[in-house]
Write a protein that binds this ligand. Sequence first.
Ligand SMILES: [Zn+2]
Length: 328
Amino acid sequence: MAYKTSVYLRAKHQLDERRRAGEALFQQRHSEVLAACPALAALERQLAATGAEVVKIAARGENASALIAKLSQENLALQKQRAALLRQAGYPEDYLENVYTCPVCHDTGTHGSYYCGCYLDLIRETAKQAIPASAMLKKCTFESFDLSFYSDEVDPALGISHRRLMTNVVAFLKDYCVDFSHDSKGLLMLGKTGLGKTHLSLAVVNRLIDRGFNVYYGTAQNILERLQKLQFSRGATDDELNDDLYESDLLVIDDLGTEMVTAFTVSALYNLLNTRLGNGLPTVLSTNLELSELERTYSQRFTSRLMGSCDVIAFYGRDVRQQKLQRG
Ligand SMILES: [Zn+2]
């Protein structure tokens, strides 16, 4: 359970950029403030000297707690004087301190011997940005899923209302994320367009990335295009593609059935699903097609492999996108 190497590298790079920007801003503000109040230079020399003195005493291992306490007090008094000087010159007291994105670690990414929370957030954020639908990913969470678009009248054919049914689906998927491991089954989401399959797939992606899993999401069309490109560049290898499709902890293939179906795509999909199953890795698929159409389009072999390895979730309701347009 870990993100792709490229995610860590990108996050580290971004952290370094933040730190450099913070340092540059500090230098710029520092020169500006020194020009406006030259008395600050002497004060800073005194501050540095008391700080150095404390370090020296501590390094000698002397039991000089009284002396250290005295120096610390001096240091505190000098800091107050500095704040007063800045205030008099018309600057905020923390003008030289709030230059970093993270006030805790000053954009170093570590805090004591631990990673700082800001760095862990940045890594998660970078993992989400690496997904092609990252803008949509941000919006599509369990929290933003609106059950009011589903009728609370009992559907006679089902004996339950669509809202109750979708409430159960959301609860099931939340549990799926909590319990997720390589032993989890895959999911097959069935239902017409606009019933929330993409939204809830992305909600799962969000949760699992937050939990530290390497998850890849793409439409069937995106994924097959990548596979096709590799097929045409004979002998070439694509580590990124391998990480995303064959080794990710979870692969989500959205909108199966909207891509152009050829003999290549049918066999590529089967091989992809089969390889992941062989590696003990689950896959989530969503489609507007009915099971019989799925069989006709991708073969019975593919469909039965899918049914054998996935829990099936059926979506019901009225097209949410249409309803949103009507609500304006
Ligand atoms: Zn931090």
